[in-house]
Design a protein around this ligand. Structure first.
Ligand code: NAD
Length: 252
């Protein structure tokens, strides 16, 4: 039986992924603020360390990791986006890499967002996150509107995945990201209910003419974790109904 760790397992994409992987026969170790096997606050260094220690106490080796916990652009203070979406993801990734190396055909999947292609990279806060200076990145982040900072945390996360492709590949652990478009979860509902963010979400062109359901992301995550994706590594997989292709037809 494969053992898969999922952060953000209590809701939305993480919950749908848990249900899909359990139906496929996996053992899931969930991490979330509450209601998971491991309750931990990934916005803090202490919470991340406690979560990693608890995974190790539960299992020496893990076969998969899904880094899904995240906050939407409506949260305040906006620096929480930096803390959870970037540092809460990369610290868990790096902290569990050796447990993955001890697993069987191990793979990890990170949840980015199709907003990585919709927001211009303004440089500083992304570079500060990638330099792993959390206090400085949070301070800069508090001066950036959530709608922009959300995409920048996901840009940094997508780049962090690609920057790890060499080392993780040589270590035998596949690492990929998905870039979902609007998917019906409490996080998206928080944006839709916001007077400023709601119209921005509604303005996105979606050639498939609908938003996604969480199980559609879970299916891609299950594929990327499994044997049919055995040569997929360092990829950013867009699953956004075609929005990125329409907005940036000449980029990929
Ligand atoms: P969601 O709100 O349904 O689930 C997010 C989960 O993360 C929740 O269970 C929450 O408790 C957990 N979480 C938040 N802060 C945490 C913390 N400090 N410590 C531990 N757990 C914490 O949201 P979702 O839409 O399923 O989002 C999952 C991921 O998908 C996020 O990273 C989000 O940015 C990304 N995403 C979502 C969409 C979308 O439209 N829903 C689109 C692109 C990307």
């Amino acid at each position: 039986m494969r053992t898969i760790v999922i952060t953000g397992s209590a809701s939305g994409l993480g919950l749908a992924t848990r249900q899909r992987l359990e139906a496929d026969g996996a053992r899931v170790i969930g991490i979330d603020l509450r209601g998971a096997e491991i309750d931990a606050d990934l916005s803090t260094r202490e919470g991340r360390a406690a979560a990693i220690d608890a995974v190790r106490a539960s299992s020496d080796a893990i076969d998969g990791l899904v880094v899904c916990a995240g906050l939407g652009p409506h949260v305040t203070p906006t620096s929480m986006l930096v803390a959870v979406n970037y540092f809460g993801a990369v610290d868990v990734l790096d902290g569990l890499r050796d447990a993955l190396e001890a697993g069987s055909e191990p793979a990890a999947v990170v949840i980015a967002s199709n907003s990585i292609g919709l927001i211009p990279d303004e440089g500083t806060v992304v570079d500060t996150m990638l330099a792993h200076d959390e206090d400085a990145a949070r301070a800069i982040g508090d001066r950036i509107p959530g709608a922009v900072l959300y995409g920048l945390t996901k840009q940094a996360l997508a780049r962090a995945v690609r920057q790890r492709a060499d080392a993780w590949g040589h270590a035998g652990v596949r690492l990929n990201a998905i870039a979902p478009g609007p998917t019906m979860t409490p996080l998206l509902q928080g944006s839709l209910d916001d007077d400023t963010l709601g119209p921005l979400v509604d303005a996105l062109p979606i050639p498939l003419e609908r938003r996604a359901e969480p199980h559609e992301m879970a299916g891609i995550i299950a594929f990327l974790l499994g044997p049919d994706a055995s040569y997929v590594h360092g990829a950013i997989w867009f699953a956004d109904g075609g929005t990125d292709a329409v907005v940036r037809p000449d980029h990929f």
